[in-house]
Design a binder for this molecule. Structure first.
Ligand code: 13P
Length: 338
């Protein structure tokens, strides 16, 4: 492992003004997104859609530091035969790859899951490196509900994340460590804070046990928000303050950066929260975005599977990328949303 090199990649992923495009929807998830815009999920449509994002040069080269790909995409070529990975590299962004194989039911823990994908991971990582990936992603899912999460769920997921992260660093790939506490349900913002703190505490304990070098990771957490169905919603300022408070308690300063998931927040909420945190400042890490839905909902809608809509889709992507790029520096304003 060359830690200086890993650290360089991690720093580039969270460079001020830029963030990560999570375009790693699994086949099941992209089908859901395409269903919503009336597009059939064929290999060609998936390729055409992702190609339009990666060819949005202004968005990609100014505001996107890295792109998380799915296994199918990292092997795909653009319509003209250029590998999609090359298109990404040509914009200056770094290709990355989702390597987990999904959240599966956790035995004896009804309603809870543990993320799988460790078997054969060393070999897969070596192949992904050859295909151009310089970082990877593994998403652990923690749900909040009556009596959950269990301690078993938190520990099992943290252990898997730690082993994944160690294998990545061994393969000279920066691990994005993503323990997502879901915002489904009616829990309060306080409950989200409590569960997120307990989860991150365990994750960093397990990363330490596994020998993971914190200078060579990027953390991808949820923000501290109330459940979507909670009757008491939070202000932008409150989300920012609570998120910073929890992260300061448990995330070591050696971590170069934090790239949040959007997790079902609206586009503008995800931007506003990131901006508010960067305006408050006073923390040792870079804070940016690693958004899936909050970057792609608008371009997907604008595209709707029609070739003539490609410029409109690219424009919608540019807008969200630019808004989030500004938010990563605390320079966004609601007036810019138009
Ligand atoms: P969302 O921003 O849509 O939550 O997706 C980010 C991601 O990569 C989840 O694993």
């Amino acid at each position: 492992m060359n830690l200086a090199e890993l650290n360089k990649v991690a720093e580039a992923m969270v460079a001020p003004g830029k963030g990560i495009l999570a375009a790693d929807e699994s086949s099941g998830t992209i089908k859901k997104r395409f269903d919503a815009i009336g597009v059939e999920s064929t290999e060609e449509n998936r390729r055409d859609y992702r190609e339009l994002l990666f060819r949005a040069t202004e968005a990609m080269s100014n505001y996107i530091s890295g792109v998380i790909l799915y296994d199918e995409t990292i092997r795909q070529n653009a319509k003209d035969g250029t590998p999609l990975v090359r298109l990404i590299e040509q914009t200056g962004a770094i290709p990355g790859i989702k390597v987990d194989t999904g959240a599966k039911p956790l035995p004896f823990c009804p309603g809870e899951t543990v993320t799988e994908g460790l078997d054969g991971l060393r070999e897969r990582l070596n192949e992904y490196y050859r295909l151009g990936a310089r970082f990877a992603k593994w998403r652990a899912v923690i749900d909040i509900g009556p009596g959950i999460p269990s301690r078993n769920c938190i520990v099992a997921n943290a252990q898997a994340l730690a082993r994944y992260a160690a294998l990545c660093q061994e393969a000279q790939i920066v691990p994005i460590v993503e323990p997502e506490v879901l915002m489904d349900g009616d829990h309060t913002i306080g409950r989200c804070a409590e569960v997120t703190e307990a989860t991150l505490r365990e994750v960093f304990y397990q990363l330490g046990l596994a020998g993971v070098a914190l200078e060579g990771i990027v953390l991808k957490p949820n923000m501290i928000v109330p459940g979507k169905k909670c009757p008491t919603q939070a202000s932008v300022e409150q989300v920012a303050v609570e998120t910073i408070k929890v992260l300061k308690r448990v995330v070591p300063a050696a971590v170069p950066g934090i790239a949040y998931l959007s997790g079902g927040q609206s586009d503008v909420d995800a931007t506003a929260h990131l901006d508010a945190m960067n305006r408050i400042g006073g923390f040792p890490w870079k804070m940016t975005f690693s958004y899936g839905r909050a970057l792609q909902a608008a371009p997907q809608k604008a595209w709707s599977g029609k070739p003539e809509n490609v410029p409109a889709a690219q424009k919608a992507f540019l807008h969200r990328a630019r808004m989030n790029g500004l938010a990563s520096k605390g320079e966004w304003s609601r007036d810019l949303e138009g």
